[in-house]
Each structure stands twice: as structure tokens, then as C-alpha cells.
Design a protein around this ligand. Structure first.
Ligand code: GLU
Ligand code: MG
Length: 433
């Protein structure tokens, strides 16, 4: 057998797609890439192909990035993959390459605010086989039931050069959560893709199947992706915390948060981009239903997180904000690019974060919500896409043709599910994510 490595992009559908070649060719491929087809960007998560401006025309290169190589060494097999950038034949970033889109959002952050982003993605997932255990939210038996899986996932995360933080039996049936430490810039989104793929592969090797779908059952618990963010200046000093700021937020953090909250309804189609994402984003699911800031509050779409140290210097490093309106049907690069653009817009516009909400917003009428500056976030993917389409500022953040292509991609996904009930939709999504 010839050992192969799979070179991949995480695309608009949040799927990891690519091509394999002999590992022995890697150094040549790091220079020359592998051929890639423009219309692939319109393959939706159900393998339908949305309207594509490219048709059968054009050619691109998928160029692997050496720093993202993952070797999953299992007892009887090795799985290797590597992430890369999609570039044009003359080596320019392609407008629909999700890594390039994130890179340009991060460059904008650096230019506007002089800071770099540190981010960590927390992932919840579920194992498809029934354990037969009940009452095991955060339970030890629930954890022991999948100890081998958890230990293998953590070992693979370390072997991939990432920093494992913790892993646990989450609240929902057969639900687990894996947390890694923060990574700088684009690597944070690469790491999120790696964690998903490591978890899927490791589960498969142990004859299990892991799903990151936003919601398996309309009446049960969702799988969230929570994105923790903090800032470093160009010398590496923390810039997120200020003891004198509201809830400890520095000026940058406050303006960045205000930007996210202001544009949240227009970017949510990037961070919660499936049809069933909106079944999860409802009140009392500890997800996100309003554009509210929370101080240690898990019903907020943006949460100021606790610090667990007394040392002031460590506190400055630990302080972070958490975006909770995301799930794993989103490409991490695209989700983070949209969040960063919204945040930077808040910095450019000199916004200040609102006071954290401290009540159950679902009890307020639309008028009361409005008076306090809150909105109910979109309740369907169609509505989320409409807000994206009609917010003129978004077209300034992305290349010219990008939003129309994304909209048509997502429209084809919606059509695929027409006339199905929520249960059937959930079933389809859990097969693809
Ligand atoms: N499962 C919840 C979600 O869908 C999150 C629970 C938690 O706070 O960890 O986002
Ligand atoms: Mg959780």
C-alpha cells in the first residue's frame, strides 16, 4: 500500500473536502498544490450543487500548508490530512477560500486596532450508539463509558501539536464536549477543523460514530460551538482586560463586542448556517436567542467569561469573551472571519458595549426588547440570509461576488429540505455533520 495524505479545505458548507496524494510527494505539493475546481464551492452539505457562476469552467490549486499536517496514528492504520489554501493558477488567494477570507479579516483587525486574535473553539458532539445510561449529565459513568474515546481524542489532539484543555460527558444524551487551548490567528480555526476530524476519525476507529450536528432531536439538547476570543498586541501583551473598564473589558474588547452584537443578526447565517441551527437558537437552551451580552451568563450570545486566577497578570491573559451563537455546520474560518469583521466594524465605528443583560429576555415583549436595544435573532435560516443580504455593510467585508454565491449555496440547502418535518431534517443533518 502507498501511504496517502489528504489535502483539504473546509468549505462554505463547513465540510472538509480535498484530494489525497502519496505522502512522498508532499514537499512537491507544498509548492505546487493539487488541482481544484471552482464549482466545488457550490457543493452543499447534502451533495447537491447550487447555482454556480463558474459552471464547468476554470481551474484552481489547493496548496497544503505544512503547519496544519495531522498524522492520526491508530493501532492498525494511520490517517493523514493537511489543510490548505485555494489559490488561482497564478498563486493569488481565491475569493472563496475560507482560510484567505479569515486571513483578510485578521489583517483588518491588525490594521485597525493593532492587535492579533487568540481564539479557542469548544465543541459539543454526540455519539450515535445508545449507551443505555441515564442521568449522566457530567456524570462519571457517562464519562467512563467513553473513556477510551476521550483518552484517544486527547492523545491525538496533543500529537497534532494542539493544547488539550478538557473533555467531559456533557448534559445531553451521549453528548460529550472537547475543549482545547487558544491558538493565534488563523490557526485557531485550523485547530477547530482538526478537532472535529480527529474526533470523527477516532470514534470511527473505535467503531463509534460522532456527530457535531447542531441538534439531533428537536426536543433535546443542542451541540454548540463556543468561540472564546482575546487580543494580544504585536509584542504579545494581553489587551482584552482593563480593571477600570465595564465588567473588566478593555476599550478594544468593548468596541469589538459592541460590533458583534450590532451585526449579529446579519452574520449569524455564517456562524449558525444550517436550517436546524435555528431550532437550537431558542430561549432556555443555553444557546443564543438575542443579541445580548452576558456577564458569566450562558443564555447570552456573547459572554464575558470568568477568570480563575488571582494574579493580575495572569488574569489579563485569561480574560476572554465567548461567542455562543455558533455550531459545527459552520466552517470555523468563515464563522470567525464574519465575527472578526463585525467586531472590527465596532472598533472602527467607536462603539461601546451595552450593559450585560441580567434577566430572562424571553419574557419581554418585542417593544420592551426594542426599548432596551435587544433584538430576537433570526428564527429561520431564510431570515438570517435575508438580513445578511440586506445589510449593506457586509458587502464591504467580503470580495465582490462572495455573498451572492454564499446565498445561492445556502438556498440550495434549504430547497433540499423543503416539505420535510424537523425530525427528518435533523436526521439528514446528523448524517452529514
Ligand atoms: N448545549 C448548549 C448549546 O447548544 C451549551 C451548553 C453549555 O453551556 O455548555 O450551545
Ligand atoms: Mg458545553
Amino acid at each position: 500500500m502507498t501511504p496517502l495524505i489528504f489535502a483539504a479545505t473546509c468549505d462554505l458548507a463547513g465540510k472538509v473536502r480535498g484530494k489525497a496524494f502519496p505522502v512522498s510527494d508532499l514537499s512537491r505539493r507544498l509548492e505546487r498544490g493539487v488541482g481544484w475546481t471552482p464549482t466545488n464551492v457550490q457543493i452543499n452539505c447534502f451533495d447537491g450543487i447550487a447555482d454556480s457562476p463558474f459552471g464547468a469552467l476554470g481551474d484552481l490549486l489547493l496548496v497544503p500548508d505544512e503547519g496544519t499536517k495531522v498524522d492520526l496514528e491508530f493501532a492498525t492504520r494511520t490517517e493523514r490530512f493537511i489543510l490548505g489554501d485555494i489559490v488561482t493558477l497564478d498563486g493569488q488567494p481565491w475569493d472563496f477560500c475560507t482560510r484567505s477570507l479569515l486571513r483578510s479579516a485578521l489583517n483588518r483587525l491588525k490594521e485597525v486596532a493593532g492587535v492579533k486574535l487568540l481564539a479557542a473553539f469548544e465543541h459539543e458532539f454526540q455519539i450515535k450508539s445508545k449507551s443505555g445510561l441515564a442521568g449522566e449529565g457530567f456524570g462519571r459513568s457517562g464519562f467512563e463509558h467513553q473513556r477510551d474515546l476521550c483518552e484517544s481524542i486527547i492523545a491525538q489532539i496533543s500529537a497534532a501539536g494542539l493544547k488539550p484543555d478538557s473533555i467531559m460527558k456533557e448534559y445531553g444524551p451521549e453528548q460529550y464536549e472537547v475543549v482545547i487551548g487558544p491558538e493565534l490567528g488563523i490557526r485557531a480555526a485550523d485547530a477547530a477543523v482538526m478537532v472535529r476530524e480527529i474526533t470523527r476519525s477516532t470514534a470511527r476507529f473505535l467503531n463509534e460514530e460522532a456527530t457535531f450536528t447542531p441538534l439531533r432531536d428537536p426536543n433535546s439538547v443542542g451541540n454548540g460551538v463556543h468561540i472564546h476570543m482575546s487580543f494580544l498586541d504585536l509584542e504579545g501583551n494581553p489587551k482584552t482586560y482593563d480593571a477600570a473598564g465595564d465588567c473588566g473589558m478593555s476599550e478594544i474588547t468593548s468596541a469589538f463586542s459592541a460590533g458583534i452584537l450590532k451585526y449579529l443578526d446579519s452574520i449569524i447565517a455564517f456562524t449558525a448556517p444550517s436550517v436546524i441551527s435555528y431550532l437550537r437558537l431558542t430561549p432556555h437552551r443555553w444557546s443564543a436567542a438575542y443579541n445580548n451580552l452576558g456577564f458569566l451568563d450562558r443564555e447570552a450570545s456573547l459572554r464575558i467569561c470568568p477568570t480563575t486566577v488571582k494574579d493580575p497578570l495572569e488574569k489579563e491573559r485569561q480574560f476572554n469573551i465567548e461567542y455562543r451563537a455558533a455550531d459545527a455546520s459552520a466552517c470555523p474560518h468563515l464563522a470567525l472571519a464574519a465575527i472578526v469583521h463585525a467586531g472590527v466594524q465596532g472598533i472602527e465605528d467607536g462603539l461601546t458595549a451595552p450593559k450585560p443583560s441580567e434577566e430572562d429576555l424571553s419574557l419581554l415583549s418585542a417593544d420592551e426588547l426594542g426599548n432596551r436595544g435587544f433584538i430576537r435573532l433570526p428564527e429561520t435560516l431564510e431570515d438570517a440570509l435575508e438580513r445578511m443580504r440586506t445589510n449593506p455593510i457586509l458587502s464591504k467585508w467580503f470580495p465582490d461576488n462572495f455573498l451572492p454565491v454564499y446565498l445561492s449555496h445556502k438556498t440550495s440547502e434549504i430547497s433540499h429540505l423543503a416539505n420535510m418535518d424537523d425530525g427528518d431534517r435533523c436526521e439528514l443533518y446528523e448524517r452529514t455533520y
